[in-house]
Design a protein around this ligand. Structure first.
Ligand code: BG6
Length: 489
């Protein structure tokens, strides 16, 4: 569907997110006619080197470097180039918002505006307040939507406060809190898989499912983001947002429709049912570790503490694993294990549903231990689904083997959208199901709050060698189940 024409205003247009993700996503959307040609992309840029020519050159370079389909011909550039405009000034300067008002023009009689806040979180509230003061959030002549990046707050209280303050200037239906994991095809496929098929949903509960694992491993380290990461760590950076969001989609009941609030109501019910972890027992439910030095392809990898901008005695988690329980009829006592880490050997993201053992092992003579059936949703490297079953080993024997029904997600010839394309398109259409509502964000902070509290203490931090899978302390999270973590290698 092609949305109505819109002024897409990017705050932080000269920043990293804009260069790597937003501009390439907008260019690809233009190619697929997912942006009306009368739309404009307005960069908010600081006084100094920027003018329309430098802004255009910047966008062009960003597309050449980061556009995933590499379609960078003159024709396609021409379409994007004629959409580009800019407004110069600082976020805190009232005149900048007046100038922005001049730049915003109506297209086809309506002035729709999407404000994308790709700026440091400290500026969210002031920017929204300034937009409001200048009357730029008034929806009488078109929609006004605000996209806010994570981190949304840095703990439960700050998130509540930010929601309250932003809520003074903009209605909840105008606010789109982005979590790019929800824009991934494989994550959206979870909902389709569960609710467009009859086969698995009857098994999707505590009677058949032993536990769920949600894993995201990354091979990169902290890169150039030590300033942010030193305050966040893996728990806050990944689990509080992306992994908990994915968990809600695995666990939620069928919504009454796909409308934004219908979906989010069900997700919030799951979040509210997550059993609180007592601060004094956090070590039974959560493990943290930090990468020490290591080697990769013969080259040395620095320890986290030796990275630029990191405190040499930092206790920040670069790996975190948590075990959560959802106290409702469907999931009582089924562990949801969430883990993520940096500087692991490979970049892998997957969701594993591990089913229970059959009630009796008829094959115990040849197969003492029957591997449990598993359903795996792979998000990375290739998106796909794998169903692991037990089958007979062919031949005159009575041995079993594990059979993998492996279905890649991609359809040949189809060009899957990037997460940011899906999400920007949804904002333009006013579809909010894939964005976090205020109460969702607050509930996720509530879930991780006791862990954050306990981890303020220096004790209990493990170290792992960079580029290895061996994380001390991780096995203990799975009682009675040594070796139960799915091997990601
Ligand atoms: C971001 C985190 O939100 O997600 C990063 O801040 C992380 O630290 C990234 O690397 C992972 O996203 P993806 O899509 O590469 O799995």
């Amino acid at each position: 569907t092609q949305p109505e024409p819109c002024n897409i205003v990017i705050f932080g247009a000269g920043g990293d997110l804009s260069k790597r993700k937003l501009l390439p996503a907008l260019a690809r959307m233009q190619r697929w006619n997912l942006i009306a040609p009368e739309s404009r992309i307005i960069g908010i840029l600081r006084e100094g080197t920027w003018n329309l020519d430098t802004w255009k050159a910047y966008v062009r370079q960003s597309l050449e470097e980061f556009r995933s389909d590499n379609v960078n011909d003159e024709e396609s550039w021409g379409h994007i180039s004629q959409m580009l405009e800019l407004t110069i000034g600082d976020l805190g300067e009232a005149e900048m918002y007046q100038r922005l008002r001049q730049t915003l023009k109506s297209a086809n009689g309506k002035t729709n505006v999407l404000f994308y806040l790709a700026i440091p979180p400290d500026w969210y509230e002031a920017t929204v307040s300034n937009l409001h003061a200048e009357g730029l959030l008034d929806e009488s002549d078109g929609f006004r939507r605000i996209v806010i990046e994570k981190p949304f707050g840095n703990d439960l209280n700050s998130a509540r406060e930010l929601n309250r303050r932003i809520g003074e200037y903009a209605g909840e239906s105008q606010i789109y809190r982005i979590d790019h994991y929800l824009g991934k095809e494989g994550v959206q496929n979870l909902m389709v898989f569960r609710f467009a098929n009859t086969v698995f949903e009857p098994l999707w509960n505590r009677n058949y499912i032993d536990h769920v694992q949600i894993s995201v491993s990354e091979s990169l380290g902290v890169e150039y983001r030590a300033g942010y990461y030193e305050k966040a760590g893996a728990l806050v950076d990944m689990i509080q947002s992306h992994l908990i969001q994915v968990m809600t989609l695995v666990a939620m009941e069928s919504p009454i429709s796909l409308e934004g609030n219908a979906v989010r109501d069900e997700k919030v019910k799951i979040l509210k049912s997550v059993r609180p972890i007592p601060v004094e027992r956090v070590n039974e439910f959560a493990v943290r570790a930090q990468y020490a030095g290591g080697t990769r392809d013969g080259k040395r990898i620095l320890a986290y503490r030796d990275e630029e901008g990191v405190d040499p005695s930092s206790t920040i988690d670069t790996f975190a694993a948590v075990k959560l329980y959802i106290d409702n009829w469907r999931w009582q006592d089924v562990p949801f294990l969430l883990r993520t880490g940096k500087r692991l050997p490979e970049r892998v993201s997957e969701i594993t549903i591990r089913f229970k053992q059959p009630p009796k092992n008829l094959f115990s003579v040849t197969q003492q231990h029957l591997p449990q059936n598993e359903l795996i949703f792979r998000l990375h490297p290739e998106e796909g689904m794998i169903y692991l079953l037990n089958a007979k080993l062919p031949g005159l024997n009575d041995k079993l083997r594990e059979l993998a029904l492996d279905a890649p997600y991609a359809v040949s010839g189809a060009d899957s959208p990037e997460a940011y394309e899906t999400l920007l398109h949804d904002v333009l259409l006013g579809q909010s199901a894939l964005f976090s509502r205020a109460d969702e964000v607050e509930e996720s902070w509530r879930i991780v709050a006791p862990i954050m509290e306990a981890w303020k203490e220096r004790r209990g931090l493990h170290f792992y060698e960079a580029n290895t899978w061996d994380i001390p302390g991780m096995e203990e999270l799975m009682e009675d189940c040594v070796g139960c973590w799915r091997d990601l290698s």
